[in-house]
Design a protein around this ligand. Structure first.
Ligand SMILES: [Zn+2]
Length: 317
C-alpha cells in the first residue's frame, strides 16, 4: 500500500477538522451545489435533473417546516437534498466533496437512473444529535452508530462524526434500488461496503482495503467462510442475520478482487443483463472469472485475501 492510500485511509478514520471531513479526500469536484438559506432561493444545476426546480423548491419548503432547530442548513445536491447541523460551509462542502463526488463516479461506472424520489441526506454532527434527531424526526432509534438508508423515510440518516465513508456506502443503496431492484444482498452490501473506503484511480471510484479485512482473514483461517454459491444465493434475512460480519466481508472482498482484476464493472453490467436467468449472479461470476471450478477459485481468492494488508489502525467495530 502506498503512502497516498495510507493518508487517505487515515483521513477517513479521524473525523476531526474541516480537512478531514470527506469520504474521498482526493475528490475535489467542480462546485455545483448551492446552499439554501432563508434569504436566497435554491439553485439547481445538475445535468441529471428528473425533478424540476419547482419540485425541489417545494421539497425544501416542506423540509424547512420539519427542521428541529435553526442550526440546520439545507443544500440541494441532486438527486439528493443534504441537511446538516454543522456549520453551513461544512454542510455545503460535504455535499460537494462527498455526495456529488461519489454520485458522479458511481453513475460513471454503474448507474443510469437516479432514485425515484427526492431523498434527504441528514448529516447529524455528532452521536447525541444523531440519536436525538433520529428519534424526533423518524420516531426510531438507530441500530448502527454510523448511519443508514431508510427507504421508508426516503432518507439517509447519518452520524457524520464517524466519517464520510459510511455516507458513500449508504449512497450506493438507493442507486441499487433504482437501477437493480432485484439485486441480491451480497452485491448490494458488497458494493456499498467496497466504497466505504474509497478514492479515485484513473478518474474512477476505487475501493481500498479497510477495517473489514482482519475479521474476514480470521474467518478464512478458521474455515468458516461459506462457498460463493451459498453467499450469493442468500436471501436478505439470512445475509443480514446469520453470520453477517463474515457475509459483509466476503461480499466486499469478492467485489474488491473483481475490481483489482479490472472485472467489477464488467461483472455488474453482465449480471444486470442476465439477472432473470441468474438471480444470484453466480453463473455470471463464473463466466466473468473464467473459472471452471469454483472450489479452486475460492482457495485462490482466500490466499489472495490472506495476503492483503491494511495500512492504518482499525478503530471501528
Ligand atoms: Zn449497506
Amino acid at each position: 500500500m502506498n503512502t497516498r492510500i495510507r493518508i487517505l485511509a487515515t483521513t477517513l478514520l479521524v473525523p476531526v477538522g474541516l480537512a478531514l471531513i470527506v469520504a474521498c479526500q482526493e475528490a475535489r469536484s467542480i462546485v455545483e451545489s448551492k446552499t439554501v438559506s432563508e434569504h436566497a432561493p435554491p439553485v439547481i444545476t445538475s445535468t441529471f435533473a428528473k425533478f424540476t426546480e419547482t419540485d425541489f423548491n417545494h421539497h425544501v419548503d416542506q423540509l424547512k417546516k420539519r427542521l428541529p432547530s435553526r442550526d440546520f442548513s439545507i443544500v440541494i445536491q441532486q438527486p439528493f437534498v443534504v441537511i446538516g447541523d454543522e456549520r453551513r460551509s461544512v454542510v455545503q462542502q460535504r455535499a460537494e466533496d462527498t455526495v456529488k463526488w461519489a454520485v458522479d463516479r458511481l453513475k460513471q461506472d454503474f448507474f443510469t437512473k437516479d432514485p425515484k424520489k427526492i431523498l434527504d441526506i441528514w448529516l447529524f454532527k455528532d452521536e447525541a444529535s444523531y440519536e436525538r434527531h433520529t428519534q424526533l424526526l423518524f420516531g426510531e432509534k438507530p441500530t448502527t452508530p454510523y448511519g443508514y438508508y431508510s427507504a421508508t423515510h426516503k432518507a439517509l440518516i447519518m452520524n457524520i462524526a464517524t466519517g464520510g465513508g459510511t455516507l458513500v456506502h449508504e449512497i450506493v443503496h438507493p442507486f441499487i434500488e433504482a437501477n437493480f431492484p432485484a439485486c441480491p444482498s451480497w452485491l448490494n452490501e458488497g458494493l456499498g461496503s467496497l466504497y466505504e473506503q474509497c478514492g479515485e484511480e484513473d478518474g474512477h471510484i476505487h475501493g481500498y482495503v479497510n477495517w473489514r479485512l482482519p475479521g474476514l482473514q480470521q474467518a478464512i483461517r478458521a474455515g468458516t467462510v461459506t462457498s460463493f454459491k451459498n453467499l450469493m444465493s442468500m436471501n436478505s434475512y439470512v445475509f443480514y442475520n446469520e453470520n453477517p460480519g463474515t457475509n459483509y466481508g466476503q461480499a466486499r472482498y469478492l467485489c474488491y478482487y473483481l475490481q483489482q482484476k479490472g472485472l467489477l464493472t464488467k461483472f455488474y453490467q453482465e449480471f444486470l443483463v442476465h439477472q432473470k436467468d441468474d438471480a444470484s449472479g453466480y453463473q455470471t461470476l463464473q463466466k466473468v472469472l473464467g473459472e471452471a471450478d469454483m472450489d479452486v477459485f475460492k482457495k485462490k481468492w482466500e490466499r489472495y485475501v490472506l495476503d492483503l494488508r491494511q495500512g492504518y489502525a482499525v478503530t471501528v467495530e
